[in-house]
Design a protein around this ligand. Structure first.
Ligand code: ATP
Length: 211
């Protein structure tokens, strides 16, 4: 199965961001999108997730699929603690004890079990991003979209988070599409790296990385 963007067009006023754009993502693989600022990467993720309407074309392979989306900023609920932020997305899916167990499991993997009673304002940027990653994996999604999830973090934290991400992904292989401006990060994390260009969005190159 593939997630397939087929002949999709999208314009904002006079700006044609996508024109008959095509891209395919293989199920249970990790794809990175790299390209200049403003070329349309976020627009593409928003269209795939259903957050943004498009003018024509279609998206295949997303019927009955559940999405997780990690945005550039963490989007935690400020008045909920770390664990409550994760409970929140699970509450309609599982029984109480299961929710607690799943939450604890994912917080442990990202190294935040001791912070589960903290509130987002009491966490650093990197810690908040780790909560967002734990929440995205705790939710039983098929497709995970991430928009520069490690942006603005120092090298050490980036490495730690990348490792946490890979260990989560190996346990639960979602179809992942993520945006980055960091070629090294793309090569380390992704199976496929798409080099994009804009006005309108186009694929310049597709790199298959080695494991
Ligand atoms: N809601 C909107 N209304 C009008 N124009 C928009 C809107 N959203 C995005 N755009 C324009 O569409 C183009 C693509 O934006 P997008 O955010 O998808 O780029 P990007 O590749 O993700 O950029 P960056 O790497 O800087 O995050 C930009 O020129 C932007 O100004």
């Amino acid at each position: 199965m593939w997630v397939e963007v087929k002949d999709v067009s999208k314009r904002y006023g006079n700006l044609q961001v996508l024109r008959d754009f095509n891209i395919k993502f293989e199920e249970k693989t990790i794809s990175a999108l790299l390209g200049p600022s403003g070329c349309g990467k976020t627009t593409l993720l928003n269209i795939i997730s259903g957050l943004e309407q498009y003018d024509s074309g279609n998206i295949k392979g997303i019927e009955n699929k559940k999405f997780s989306y990690i945005f550039q900023e963490d989007r935690l609920v400020p008045w909920l603690s770390v664990e409550e932020n994760i409970h929140f997305v699970l509450k309609r899916l599982y029984r109480n004890q299961e929710i607690i167990n799943i939450t604890d499991k994912y917080l442990k993997i990202v190294g935040l079990e001791e912070y589960k009673h903290y509130y987002p304002r009491e966490l650093s940027g990197g810690m908040k991003q780790r909560v967002a990653i734990a929440r995205a994996f705790a939710y039983p999604s098929d497709i995970l979209l991430m928009d520069e999830p490690f942006k603005g973090l120092d090298m050490e934290l980036k490495t730690n988070l990348s490792e946490a991400f890979i260990s989560l992904w190996k346990k639960d292989k979602k179809t992942v599409v993520f945006v980055t401006h960091d070629m090294n990060e793309a090569m380390v994390l992704a199976d496929y790296v798409f080099i994009l260009d804009g006005k309108p969005l186009a694929i310049k190159d597709k790199i298959v990385t080695e494991d």
